[in-house]
Design a binder for this molecule. Structure first.
Ligand SMILES: Cc1ncc(COP(=O)(O)O)c(C=O)c1O
Ligand SMILES: Nc1c(O)cccc1C(=O)C[C@H](N)C(=O)O
Length: 394
């Protein structure tokens, strides 16, 4: 047994979170793609079967009240809230991340007022955010400026309405400094909107603590909600009474069954709802969140850093110098829960890695991306992935 294989064994034996892996349906594939689609929690199929057979099949329409379907968006929002550092009543679940980016950004611009004429967006962001920001700017008559997060403080001014940023960059795995960027945005009198897709469930976010205004995130990555599971929207409590949703569907009405032709927004997080919630996906997500029972996000972060440190060490020990180049920052304060390696022919290399039972993904133009989900990823997984990669690269 090599020194690193032995170390992996010791690290797994000492890992307090190791028993959580049994809460998931996993096989002997090394699954390092939980930053794209989280693994299936083992109890979710039975829960979903119950929702379909009993709640839908037998109770039918009664389930909207008797099975708690109607209030699911806020109830599930309150279960995500502690994972992103939010007190209850500020997170609502529903729609895709893209739709929530639209609600949050247009809502932020409206909150900022008419004399603030510019939106700033992270140029390195996941593309959907940039597309939506462009449309939000056109619809609200604001200009849009795309720049890197480092350039944001220097670009802020009295004209800035809102800034849309990613907490962790999907390609490089770089963690941006949410507290200091939010503080700089506030000092300029603008609103901070954060996309938490790659940090929710992976590391502490501290939304309330840092005074973030609005935030969105998906639930199918580190929250393991399943393919296409609904996203979430956070609106800071103090802003809720003035939050003017650009998609004021009947589900966000103060009295939805009053069926009034006049719109009156509901108070609180409910104001972020739009139309009928996608109950099957939503209740799969709710069940998936049970795996967090007794688990703290700080412990998850500590293991995530230990896993990514160990993976980087194994890659450097096993791989010929120069074959791959880490693009994820080594510094803990700037690292999300993934490791991205720049590599020649990355698309082909990832295809072969997957054939060898190590699943990560390829991102244009030359990045091998490995996601580490501390709830189920082991140190042995990290070592085997690095060893398999090195063997492939020769
Ligand atoms: C940072 C980020 N924002 C948004 C999305 C996607 O949004 P949606 O859930 O609408 O597909 C992703 C991944 O798909 C993402 O990585
Ligand atoms: N949402 C996805 C999908 O529907 C299919 C494939 C991948 C995804 C992803 O989530 C991609 C992901 N946001 C990324 O960081 O690349």
């Amino acid at each position: 047994m090599s020194e690193l294989t032995l170390r992996a064994k010791q690290l797994d034996a000492a890992d307090e979170l190791a028993p959580l892996r049994s809460r998931f349906a996993l096989d002997d594939v090394v699954y390092l793609d939980g930053n794209s689609l989280g693994a299936l929690p083992a109890h979710v199929p039975d829960r979903l079967a119950d929702v379909v057979r009993r709640e839908w099949g037998e109770l039918r329409i009664r389930s909207w009240t008797e099975s708690g379907w109607w209030t699911a968006p806020e109830r599930i929002g309150d279960r995500i809230a502690p994972l992103v550092g939010a007190a209850p009543g500020q997170v609502v679940v529903g729609d895709s991340t893209s739709v929530n980016v639209f609600k949050a950004l247009v809502g932020a611009v409206r909150l900022a007022g008419d004399d603030r004429t510019e939106i700033l967006v992270d140029a390195t962001t996941f593309p959907t955010d940039g597309y939506i920001a462009e449309s939000a700017a056109r619809l609200t008559g604001r200009t849009l400026r795309a720049l890197t997060p480092e350039e944001v403080p220097g670009a802020l001014g009295p004209r800035t309405a809102a800034v849309l940023l990613n907490h962790v960059d999907y390609r490089t795995g770089r963690l941006h400094d949410l507290p200091s960027l939010t503080a700089a945005i506030h000092a300029a009198g603008a609103l901070a909107v954060w996309d938490l897709c790659h940090s929710a469930g992976a590391l502490p976010v501290g939304l309330d603590e840092h005074g973030v205004d609005l935030a969105v995130g998906c639930t199918y990555k580190y929250l393991n909600g399943g393919p296409g599971s609904p996203a979430f929207l956070y609106v800071r409590r103090e802003l809720q009474p003035r939050f003017d949703s650009p998609l004021p569907g009947w589900n966000s009405h103060a009295d939805p069954f009053g069926m009034s032709p006049d719109y009156a927004p509901a108070p609180g997080a409910v104001r972020g709802r739009v139309g009928t919630p996608d109950i099957l996906s939503m209740l799969a997500l709710e069940a998936a969140l049970d795996v967090w029972e007794g688990v703290g996000i700080d412990a998850v972060r500590a293991k995530s850093l230990a896993l990514t440190d160990f993976f980087l060490e194994c890659v450097s020990a096993y791989t010929e110098p120069g074959r791959v180049e880490p693009v994820t920052p080594a510094e803990h304060g700037r690292r999300g829960s993934q490791v991205s390696l720049r590599c020649a022919d990355a698309g082909e290399v990832m295809k072969r890695l997957i054939e060898e039972g190590v699943v990560g993904d390829f991102r244009q133009p030359d990045v091998l991306r490995f996601g580490f989900t501390p709830l189920y990823t082991t140190f042995a997984d990290a070592e085997r992935a690095a060893r398999t990669l090195a063997a492939l690269l020769g």
